[in-house]
Design a protein around this ligand. Structure first.
Ligand code: SF4
Length: 339
């Protein structure tokens, strides 16, 4: 079984004359038809002229995390989720907070078959599987194989993504996933090109498509001093999110720390507070993350009661009753059970 699974056919490749093209993400890696080469993500490629998936089921990390760590604050709050990811990424962010596993070569991995993964995902207190740490969409086929097995056991499937995926594969992924956190790294095309080798328009399409799908969506914005901290851009971003995704969309304003190639000092706390205030003019659920001293409680928008109390990774949901405020009964836009 294990050998068969490892040899699974690659999807999203098309022969174009004397070349093969990968259609999964906007990078559109193209390979000479009779060659052997890896795509930019290092998880997909061509071997002896045939599309193949060297990264299929090769996991960089296997651990149980609080769901808040993804971060997801409005999806089964207070739960734990088994988490893993591939050794690669289709972006090259020079500030990557996980660069040793996303950008490194010869990253140690462990092969886990989809059946084994589903067992691990539903073991103990885990509520399912989160594909995270690096970029999971480049693991399309593996996720497609794991997801039904996890769902059969009553688990949820979570994606933590940079959003750089083409529309067709995204639509298929939506069918077998339940919740996403997508990074929106800046409001500037130039930032995406210069710092990430990415394309902002694709990310906006992904976010908009998810917001209008059956999946739960939260967005993360990592604020980097002098790079994406212009309040005018924040206002534009807030306007777009509220208009396209709704004012209830959950936004995480995350603190940057110097990693990989970027050496700026960590984001000042005041900058994060200012960002939260500006985004909160358009959005109801804005949280500051990656800081220890900030309270990140969920407060009832109607009566002001604390419905979910968070301190570090400890979460108290006693103020919430089936996704509603336990004091006044108002809807909180929180997924409280797996459907
Ligand atoms: S998913 Fe990987 S191989 Fe495919 S186009 Fe994107 S970077 Fe290239």
């Amino acid at each position: 079984m294990e050998k068969r699974q490892r040899m699974r056919d690659a999807e999203w490749f098309r022969k174009e004359g004397e070349r093969w093209k990968c259609l999964l993400c906007p990078k559109g890696c193209s390979f000479k038809a009779d060659s052997s080469a890896l795509g930019l993500c290092r998880v997909r490629g061509l071997k002896n002229g045939k599309p193949y998936l060297p990264g299929y089921g090769e996991c960089v990390s296997l651990s149980i995390d609080p769901i808040e760590k993804k971060p997801l604050y409005h999806f089964l709050p207070g739960s734990y989720i088994f988490s893993t990811g591939p050794a690669g990424c289709n972006l090259t962010c020079d500030f990557c907070q996980n660069w040793s596993i996303s950008q490194g070569s010869n990253v140690p991995t462990r092969y886990v078959s989809p059946h084994e993964m589903a067992e691990m995902a539903m073991n103990g207190k885990s509520i399912g599987i989160a594909f995270t740490y690096t970029e999971p969409t480049i693991w399309f086929e593996y996720i497609a194989d794991c997801s039904p097995l996890v769902r059969e056991k009553g688990g949820a499937v979570v994606m933590v993504s940079n959003g750089e995926i083409n529309l067709e594969p995204l639509r298929e992924l939506i069918e077998f996933t339940d919740a996403w956190n997508v990074d929106l790294k800046s409001w500037s095309d130039e930032f995406y090109k210069r710092h990430c080798g990415g394309d902002r328009e694709t990310v906006l399409h992904t976010i908009k498509t998810l917001a209008n799908s059956s999946c739960h969506l939260e967005i993360t914005f990592l604020v980097i001093p002098e790079e994406n901290d212009d309040p005018e851009e924040w206002k534009e971003m807030a306007k777009w999110i509220s208009g396209e995704c709704g004012t209830d969309t959950v936004l995480h304003i995350s603190r940057y720390f110097p990693r990989y190639k970027l050496e700026q000092e960590p984001t000042p706390f005041d900058t994060l507070v200012k960002a939260r205030d500006i985004f909160s003019e358009k959005l109801h659920n804005v949280y500051i993350g990656n800081v220890s001293m900030e309270n990140s409680n969920t407060v009832c928008p109607d009566c002001g009661a604390v419905c979910i109390e968070r301190s570090g990774w400890s979460v108290n949901t006693e103020g919430m009753n089936k996704g509603r405020c336990a004091s006044c009964g108002s809807e909180l836009n929180i997924v409280h059970e797996i459907k």
